[in-house]
Write a protein that binds this ligand. Structure first.
Ligand code: NCD
Ligand code: ZN
Ligand code: ZN
Length: 414
């Protein structure tokens, strides 16, 4: 189809650097085909996928096995975060940058996190090895186990991933402070995922101002929902880390608007309806979001009175330039000579209601059902061709590639 961009913002194809597309082993929750279609319909043309699969991807062989399963099935380009193995943290010193962009450290556990760092010594060895290897760590820094280790847990099996009014400082502040100390000591590059509270954002902003190589991500759901939604809407917005209250949400918007956050991620983490409806102690935390992320953030920026031109720059930074720099994605996330021809066209003012029928994730539900969005992605161009259009749907075959060996830099391409 011909490209008609009248009245649209033309954004670089967006990057979602935090998705769980569930390959291998959890394809009953999501398939790569469904997840990558949802990406394209949300303006996202590149994803970086997480390692908490069955089995988890903890070494090069695991990453290659995963890539083999994905080949030919992805509508979006992709790279991987490898899982940092608590039993073999020194592997990080030798990680080949073509294998993975970075290594994920889980500092909290649940059935969604198969490998968890539980003691400070493992963590210290991982930071030291990653610093030697020049590897960036991406961290799920949550306090659950810190509290467990100190034996001051709430004792309440329902509490994981829930907001706990009796522990108003729960969340990630202890874990994040520990990360800051280790970064100061070893100089390891560290990106904190899904920051959920005002205190964490304050601490990380101050640490970055010191010149430490620390960055952080904010998710669409921590910007879109508050704890009240979890009370009202039930288990869909039960997440790890939990969604906090209005004060935290306002602070996270400040991090977006003031350039403190480096990336926006969806933490696209589908589970089946049946799993989400289990009793809290057994229900896995997580929600889908790769399709909704940029539209929900655009809606939030509009409702906060941000001028559309400025809002477009925020999106292009947080889902373009920001993740492209952190995760070595040359040619992605920027509109400039020599860049890949991946584009997302956004109608900035259409108001429309998101419904269950719009959901492209295999899980078939969304926490945004019933929301009125402002702004709508209409066309996604992948490698110079219209790959998805709101009127005509998906065109041709999946054309996404593993950006392995993306050692090619823009400079070299010229
Ligand atoms: C994620 C999942 O389901 O894989 N769940 C979540 O609540 N965020 C795990 C994670 O990102 O830590
Ligand atoms: Zn996480
Ligand atoms: Zn995640």
């Amino acid at each position: 189809p011909r490209l008609d961009a009248r009245g649209r913002y033309v954004l670089p194809g967006l990057i979602d650097s935090h998705v769980h597309f569930r390959t291998p082993g959890l394809e009953y929750k999501e398939t790569w085909e469904h997840g990558s279609r949802a990406a394209l319909a949300g303006g996202v043309t590149t994803v970086v996928d997480m390692p908490n699969t069955r089995p988890p991807s903890l070494d090069e062989a695991g990453i290659i096995a995963k890539a083999d399963r994905i080949a030919g099935r992805s509508w979006a380009d992709y790279r991987f975060h490898i899982g940092a193995d608590p039993d073999h943290p020194e592997l990080l010193a030798d990680l080949d940058p073509r294998t993975a962009t970075s290594a994920k450290v889980f500092m909290a556990g649940h059935h969604t996190a198969p490998v968890v760092f539980r003691d400070g010594e493992q963590l210290r060895r991982a930071f030291a090895a990653a610093a030697r290897g020049g590897v960036r760590l991406v961290l799920h820094a949550e306090d659950q186990h810190v509290f467990d280790l100190l034996d001051v847990g709430s004792g309440d099996p329902d509490s994981y991933g829930q907001y706990e009014p009796h522990r108003p400082r729960s969340g990630g502040i202890v874990a994040v402070a520990q990360v800051v100390r280790l970064v100061r000591e070893y100089g390891t590059k560290a990106h904190i995922l899904h920051v959920s509270s005002a205190e964490e954002a304050d601490l990380l902003t101050a640490a970055a101002a010191e010149g430490l190589p620390l960055t952080f991500e904010v998710t669409g759901h921590h910007l879109s929902f508050t704890h009240d939604d979890t009370t009202r809407r039930g288990p869909r917005t039960r997440l790890s880390p939990a969604i906090r209250d209005g004060r935290d949400q306002r602070r996270l918007w400040q991090a977006v608007l003031h350039g403190q956050a480096a990336t926006l991620g969806s933490d696209h983490a589908p589970h089946t309806v049946e799993e989400k409806n289990r009793p809290p102690a057994e229900a896995p935390p997580g929600l889908p979001g790769v399709q909704e992320l940029a539209t929900a953030v655009w809606t939030g920026l509009q409702s906060r009175g941000v001028e559309p031109d400025e809002a477009a720059l925020h999106l292009a930074r947080l889902m373009g330039d920001g993740p492209a720099r952190l995760f070595d994605l040359p040619g992605k996330g920027r509109l400039e000579p020599g860049a890949d021809a991946d584009l997302a066209l956004l109608d900035p003012s259409e108001r429309w209601q998101f419904s269950g029928r719009d959901v492209m994730s295999l899980c078939g539900w969304s926490a945004y059902e019933g929301w009125t969005f402002t702004g709508r992605f209409t066309t996604t161009v992948k490698a110079g061709r219209v790959a998805w259009d709101i009127r005509t749907g998906f065109a041709g075959r999946p054309q996404g590639h593993w950006l392995q060996g993306a050692a090619r830099s823009l400079e070299a391409a010229r």
